[in-house]
Ligand binder design. Structure first.
Ligand SMILES: *Cc1c(COP(=O)(O)O)cnc(C)c1O
Length: 329
């Protein structure tokens, strides 16, 4: 623990998130599923903007940018990208300029995260229906155009980088502490796998602390093999940044489950659509469609099928802004 804490303490970091985020029991869900010991880790309540997991990543990304003397963050993503909105919030807090590049067109009405981006003062570009490669190219050229008046830092790969993943490596000691305070035996964490940033941070931190938790990653996008490769690559970056070897195989360190993703990113399954409607009525907590709904479906299934023992912890990764653009009536 000490060496992880020491190494993390030496990395540049901008304090942005309100931590620790609450760890709360879900008593109504416990009753529904007849399973004691269901908890939610409220990373939707990280404090800035609409909250969410990306703020943990941005602490280390903005920390690196500031240490390098950059004065502008450039983030890119789809129009309702949670990363873009949290980047705008982080920039406002830190006094940095924020530029957002969206693939997709400008919509007439400012809905969801688009409204928040405007309120947070970001400068937004809408570059239409382009490939990821074309978007990166646009960002690179834009960064060149604004220099040398501005010194931009480009956030790569949706903040799914080793630097970004440090946020969730750092969340493991936080969770260990919270479980200890509640006198709980450590249990199983259910978390989403998109590009794999959250997943790799958690898996790496958990391994370095001697596996206090079981980790189940519910893929919301790719098949198990693709997600595993992405996670493996980010873990290699983490090893390089902290200089602490992971030293385990991914297979032995976690479960990666791709059976709840349906047709992939942003496409609901019948069960995930229902979860978005049912969970707020059960617990008074809102979840969005792309990530949190599929993780909840997976966790409930594991509980029903008797695939877990002991406390379970549902990692709520936020994304509240996007929820307002996910329903048209
Ligand atoms: C980005 C994001 C995730 C996780 O994505 P990874 O790319 O796997 O790190 C999860 N939930 C929400 C709400 C997000 O915005």
């Amino acid at each position: 623990m000490n060496s992880l804490a020491t190494k993390l303490g030496r990395v540049n970091r901008a304090l942005l998130a309100t931590l620790p985020t609450p760890l709360e029991p879900l008593h109504n869900l416990e009753r529904q599923l007849k399973y004691p010991g269901i908890f939610i880790k409220r990373d939707d309540l990280t404090g800035l903007g609409p909250g969410g997991n990306k703020l943990r990543s941005l602490e280390f990304i903005a920390g690196e940018a500031i240490a390098r003397g950059n004065d502008t963050l450039i983030a890119s993503g789809p129009v309702q990208s949670n990363l873009c909105t949290l980047t705008a919030a982080a920039c406002a807090r830190l006094g940095l300029n924020c530029i957002l590049v969206h693939n997709g067109g400008e919509t007439g009405q400012l809905t969801g995260n688009l409204l928040l981006n405007r309120l947070l003062g970001a400068k937004s570009y809408f570059i239409g229906d382009v490939t990821a490669k074309e978007r990166s190219e646009f960002v690179r050229e834009l960064a060149e155009t604004i220099a040398p008046e501005r010194s931009p830092y480009i956030i790569r790969n949706g903040a799914t980088t080793g630097t970004g993943a440090l946020g969730y490596t750092n969340a493991i000691p936080e969770l260990v502490q919270q479980f200890r305070e509640k006198s709980l035996p450590t249990g199983t964490i259910f978390a989403p796998g998109g590009n794999g940033g959250v997943a790799s941070g958690l898996i790496y931190g958990n391994a370095l602390l001697g596996f206090p938790f079981n980790i189940v990653i519910i893929s919301v996008e790719d098949d198990k093999q693709t997600l595993s490769i992405n996670i493996g690559n980010i873990i290699s970056e983490l090893e390089e940044i902290l200089g602490l070897p992971f030293g385990h195989s991914l297979n032995q360190s976690c479960i990666i489950d791709d059976s709840y993703r349906g047709d992939g990113w942003g496409i609901n399954t019948e069960m995930s659509s229902r979860a978005v409607l049912d969970f707020p009525k059960t617990e008074g907590i809102l979840i969005e469609n792309v990530y949190n709904s599929k993780v909840l479906v997976g966790m409930q299934d594991y509980i029903r099928l008797g695939k877990v023992e002991g406390p379970v912890c549902y990692l709520h990764t936020g994304g509240l802004g996007s929820l307002f653009a996910q329903f048209s009536r």
